[in-house]
Design a protein around this ligand. Sequence first.
Ligand code: NAD
Length: 322
Amino acid sequence: MPSALVCGAGGFIGTRMVEKLKEQGFWVRGVDLKYPEFSDTVADDFVIGDLREQIICRQVVDRKFDEVYQFAADMGGAGFVFVGDNDADIMHNSGSINLNVLDACAKRNVKRIFYSSSACIYPLYNQLDPDNPNCAEDSAYPANPDSDYGWEKLFSERLYLAYHRNYGMEVRIARYHNIFGPFGSWNDGREKSPAAMCRKIAMAKDGGEMEIWGDGKQTRSFLYVDECVEGTQILTRSNWTGPVNIGSDEMVSIDQLADIVMDIAGKKLTKVHIEGPLGVRGRNSDNRLIEKELGWRPSKSLREGLEKTYAWIEEQVRKSAL
Ligand code: NAD
């Protein structure tokens, strides 16, 4: 039976990856500081442990897993990573996790390891025009990410690539672009814009108002979590070392995102633009490399993913009001 280790198995993407691996017949160990918040884990073994600790990493990597997926990070949406207050923790915590997990895998002769990097590594200077951002993989250098979260991801990309070069590890690196879906943070300060929009609209009365950070003209693309898991496995099992974008190239403005969710909810609200943490002005996934090298592209529209996400968040809002 093939075996896999999922680091960050209590988180949003990790929970889905564990489910997928179980469907595929893997023996799965998950590790996280916490169990999944919104469902029961289906991992064969779930270790509650702190991956910043070298000893915990050595204990959980106790065999030669066929696949290791590294999702654990100190992580959140704009309200967490762009406010400046959490930078030291983000860099220390995520950096320590990557240093220790990767080294434990190298010592146990684990060959194939996936690392979840981020579109936040791309330089600010290429993302100033909301209609024309450049996120091609080879545009990452000269580096100038707009957040320390992005700098840590870039450092860790280099760390994984160095282990590939020096220890022959088959590292696979994806730069994720805004992954969303049900069963993710929606009201704990770490939620991202699609979940925040769904929550605000689900809570508002038809004809009322909703607040939007910034002028609403900033652009982004969003990838549904099931597609992210699919693309991640195709990359991990391929011969392409990466880094490669995993995202959607259906770019929308934040105002357009709000309009789609309002339409799904059947509500018409007045948008009130307020100051808030924003990140770059424009960002879109450039999918040319992944299509060329792996023949993969996402197949679901943003609207399809938002319909599922809205239904789930509306249910959470209803339950929390009881
Ligand atoms: P998440 O926050 O839901 O999951 C991360 C998990 O890591 C959490 O369950 C957390 O408890 C765990 N963790 C944190 N510190 C830990 C520690 N010291 N020891 C053990 N576990 C620890 O995030 P996610 O959305 O599932 O993202 C997964 C990965 O993908 C992260 O590395 C993130 O940076 C990256 N990524 C995500 C997105 C996105 O839009 N969701 C975009 C770009 C990159």
